[in-house]
Ligand binder design. Structure first.
Ligand code: TXA
Ligand code: MG
Length: 346
């Protein structure tokens, strides 16, 4: 059977048994999570996992996260689990935190891209946890977008990228967090933030004290440099038109964009400033003071520019603290770290 030619079925949250069956038989199933939709497969089945890479066009050296329904599954797939893992799981799971831990031999190489560590996450979506429990296997799942595109936060986004290449999509409505999980490497000392996400750095520091921040979070990796999360080196989240991030207090950034806007440009701005950009394609990222709303909207807004012809995109960006660190990281990556930092004159 050529699965690639099949139609993708849209499943309702009630279709848990059918969804679990797709996973158990080696199929690809898009699942809702609180962060973004995941493209799931049986994480213990190497050929099912290999199909994820093909469907997404994902580089083979980029490892996948295993999704589990409860923290007590950690011992099934991980060894040398530090006490801090359970401490963090108790506070943040189910929720948008992925823990990098040493793996055992049950985890196939194709999941970890050959690394001796594995990312473990317990998603805060009851339907998805029920599906994983019913399937009885950990679910390997990257974000359910074509590699390089903005991550999907609705079933429609998944269909747009992967329709016809996967067996099913469980439609759980729009994602409530909107940016991917925070990735924390617990095999490093001190623990190291590899990707900012739905759990803030400040919240982790409150529990752990010192947390190192991987350089790939804040800047472009240079040739020859290897980030600890292989995925952080790739161009990512990018709409088709090039993005320029303007980093400055919101009113200054808005004025700068207004002064430099050319015919055909699009603007991604805070809600307060949308009136300044009437007559050109402008999309609101949400209020300047509400990074949670910005996180929910960021990927959908980046995708809207692929549906209207723009030659360049100017983007306003929140300060890099709290949830703003994750939002600014995604915007900076969408821009390929093409960032204008304004000081003084605009
Ligand atoms: O919120 C999320 O984490 C979503 C949902 C679906 O759960 N998943 C997600 O997966 O964002 P993905 O594959 O798009 O991003 C996973 C990131 C990649 O940058 C990858 O390189 C990194 O995690 N990663 C996975 N396993 C790792 C490991 N053992 N060591 C270091 N980084 C790892
Ligand atoms: Mg991804």
């Amino acid at each position: 059977m050529n699965r690639g030619q099949q139609e993708t079925s849209l499943l309702s949250p009630q279709d848990i048994a059918q969804a679990a069956q797709i996973l158990r038989t080696g199929g690809l199933l898009a699942i809702p999570t609180e962060t973004v939709y995941g493209l799931g497969a049986d994480g213990l089945n190497p050929s099912a996992v290999a199909r994820i890479f093909t469907a997404k066009g994902r580089p083979q050296d980029n490892p996948l996260i295993l999704h589990i329904p409860t923290a007590d599954w950690l011992t099934r797939y991980c060894v040398a689990i530090p006490q801090t893992a359970y401490q963090l799981a108790k506070i943040f799971w189910p929720g948008p935190l992925t823990l990098i831990l040493r793996r055992n031999a049950l985890v196939p190489d194709v999941v970890t891209a050959g690394l001796d560590t594995v990312g473990m996450r317990c998603p805060d979506h009851p339907v998805t946890r029920s599906i994983i429990r019913a399937a009885g296997v950990p679910v390997a799942a990257p974000s359910a977008n074509t590699s390089g595109r903005p991550s999907p936060t609705t079933a429609a986004h998944v269909l747009e990228d992967l329709g016809g290449r996967i067996e099913g999509i469980v439609d759980g409505g729009p994602c409530t967090v909107g940016v991917e999980s925070t990735i924390l490497d617990l095999t490093a000392a001190p623990p190291r933030l590899l990707r900012p996400g739905g759990v803030t750095l400040e919240a982790l520091q409150a529990v752990l004290g010192e947390v190192a921040v991987d350089p790939a979070v804040l800047r472009q990796m240079e040739a020859g440099e290897r980030p600890r999360a292989p995925g952080m080196k790739y161009r990512h989240y990018a709409p088709r038109a090039p993005v320029t991030v303007v980093q400055a207090p919101p009113a200054d950034a808005a004025r700068y964009i207004q002064n430099h806007l050319e015919e055909g440009d699009g603007v991604l701005c805070f809600a307060e400033f949308i009136g300044l950009f009437q007559g050109c394609p402008a999309v609101s990222l949400g209020p300047a003071s509400d990074p949670a709303e910005q996180a929910r909207r960021i990927f959908d807004t980046l995708r809207t520019f692929d549906h209207q012809p723009v030659s360049r995109i100017w983007a306003m960006c929140p300060a890099a603290d709290g949830l703003g660190l994750a939002v600014s990281n995604r915007l900076n990556k969408a821009a390929g770290f093409h960032i204008l930092t304004l000081e003084g004159e605009t």
